[in-house]
Design a protein around this ligand. Sequence first.
Ligand code: SF4
Length: 302
Amino acid sequence: MSVTETAPQMVESIDGHVRAFLQVQNGCDHRCTFCIIPYGRGNSRSVPMGAVVEQARKLAAQGYREMVLTGVDATSYGADLPGEPTLGLLAKTLLKQVPEIARLRLSSIDSIEVDRHLLDLIADEPRFMPHLHLSLQHGDNLILKRMKRRHSGDDALAFMRKARRLRPDMAFGADFIAGFPTETEEHFQNTVRLAEEAEIAMLHVFPYSPRPGTPAARMPQLDRALVKERARRLRDAGERLKTNHLDGLVGTTQSVLTERGENGHTENFAAVATPGLEPGHFVSAHITAHDGKRLQAAFANA
Ligand code: SF4
């Protein structure tokens, strides 16, 4: 039986037959002013914990060693379920009840909604991977307000510092929008500064694009050329940050899970070239160099 046949509503995709993505939540109760998602997908709905555990067991039995919990607003997981379990509690429960899961990741989270169980996992659980992708969107407080986000730039920075105190090898990725309506050069620079101060290793940069019917589409728009130029500059900053991150891994030894296409990932989700290695194995990699995108390594127990 293929994985998609077992629970089509929950298994989002299978990545190289090593990593499985479990969609545990859909929809969103928030109304960020730029976002069309809640109009299309409705309010937040969560998959009950028992169903997630059952699905994870099936995937583990099929040999998947790494699982990624996904959701449109994953950190709101459980608010609609009896007893209101949180995303952190779900992750803890999965790791306890499905010991075959060697690596557990989260797709994208809202740092302001992180619960205490998730902080426990960051601090103490080696099977919970030290990589978080955050939905930050901007670094300037006025723009964050105009976006109707629920965090400030300082909140985001404080969370990343706290997570790194708990787990020093924690790496971060983040989504940012460049050229939001009314964004000045100073506002834009606050985004660059936040990314740099937090040493975010992977920036996903989206040039702002108005979605019809959203409040942001009715705000004063920036010239398209300026939006694109700021997105390019933010991506350039992201390239520099990624290079710094990869530089810092050279000379270290990392556990790598090999995937299809002679690729693999470290625990903190840096890509590693794995020439000649079969997918689906854990190998110890001594990192020797990188090409700006992937690490190169000497493998000890391949
Ligand atoms: S950006 Fe995320 S949190 Fe905001 S409305 Fe869209 S889905 Fe919800």
